[in-house]
Design a binder for this molecule. Structure first.
Ligand code: BDR
Ligand code: CA
Length: 313
């Protein structure tokens, strides 16, 4: 399985990289970085350091967008820490980023192996939108695309209605959802129902090795922030769940195919993701292509596989 990962590490992005790098059948053909949880310079440096930590130092990293298509950027230091990784200082990588941008890397890879490369997008969708402008046939040239983003029936996490990755670049998300990719959306609707609890976090601390110990240290900061939100020790695992849905589609136990739009105008609702979920609503009459919105997963198996991915190394 060949995967291009577009991300903004970011603590849950880090756990998603751990999930992918633990699986022998996965070849990460490239990592694109984007502003979001931190500046793109920091997310790029973090991606390089994380790939070294997780035993994949040879994966090329392409620096992507430093700002959204239209609005000014905002960062999330309160959630992910001053360095985007909970203040944990990882050893520097031995290599730097590639000369090409993330969008250029994705287009080059897609053209070189049409239909063979899947995309995991777990940051603002700016790089994917830029890749679409470089290559409008991109939806036909990649395999599955799994996006972590949006909040359809769930509350938002950066505004009352909007999820961070969508709110960070609503125009990019709108372009990507309209483009006709074979796209699965892992939104807050499912990630906020698939949280880890104190027992899972305590279990992680019992796993030997650098991989688990360092990931556990990242998570301490994240859990500090999340525990306030969910009212007990625990946290959401947004990006690893998207990675798991790409690798293990059998984890999805219910989904609905619907066109999804992003609100671009609303004074209070900019970045909101809208899907017509009324019973009997005819998606077939909507000219916009549908995306697959995940509504239920096998959370027990996901949580076990996520812990297993941290056992090695
Ligand atoms: C998403 O926003 C980022 O903070 C996380 O890394 C995740 O991709 C959750 O809304
Ligand atoms: Ca992310």
């Amino acid at each position: 399985m060949r995967i291009f990962v577009d991300c903004d590490p970011g603590i849950d992005d880090a756990v998603a990289l751990a999930y992918l790098t633990a699986r022998p059948e996965v070849e990460i053909v490239g990592v694109g970085t984007v502003f979001g949880n931190h500046t793109v310079d920091t997310t790029t440096d973090n991606a390089l350091r994380l790939l070294r930590l997780y035993g994949a130092p040879g994966v090329p990293v392409a620096r992507g967008a430093e700002r959204p298509l239209v609005q000014p950027p905002t960062l999330a230091e309160s959630v992910h820490g001053a360095n985007g990784l909970g203040g944990i200082d990882l050893p520097a990588a031995e290599t730097g980023p590639a000369a090409e941008s993330a969008a250029e890397a994705l287009v080059r890879l897609a053209r070189s192996a049409p239909g063979e490369i899947d995309v995991l997008a777990v940051g603002p969708l700016t790089n994917i939108a830029l890749a679409l402008s470089l290559e409008p046939r991109l939806p036909e040239m990649v395999g599955r695309v799994v996006v972590m983003g949006g909040a359809v029936r769930a509350p938002g996490n950066v505004t009352p209605w909007a999820e961070a990755n969508t709110a960070n670049d609503p125009e990019a998300a709108e372009a990507v959802f309209a483009a006709g990719f074979d796209l699965t959306l892992v939104a807050l609707d499912i990630t906020m129902k698939t949280t880890v609890d104190a027992a899972w976090l305590d279990g992680l601390q019992l796993i030997d090795g650098e991989r688990a110990a360092t990931t556990s240290a990242f998570l301490e900061f994240y859990v500090g922030w999340y525990s306030e939100v969910i009212g007990e020790r625990g946290c959401a695992m947004h990006d690893p769940l998207a990675a798991a849905v790409l690798l293990d589609p059998d984890l999805v136990t219910a989904s609905v195919d619907v066109p999804v739009r992003v609100e671009l105008q609303g004074r209070h609702t900019r970045g909101l993701t809208i899907a017509d979920l009324r019973p009997g609503a005819a998606a077939a009459e909507d000219p916009r292509p549908s995306v697959r919105l995940v509504t239920e997963v096998d959370s027990g198996t996901f949580l076990k596989r996520m812990a297993d991915s941290l056992r090695q190394g």
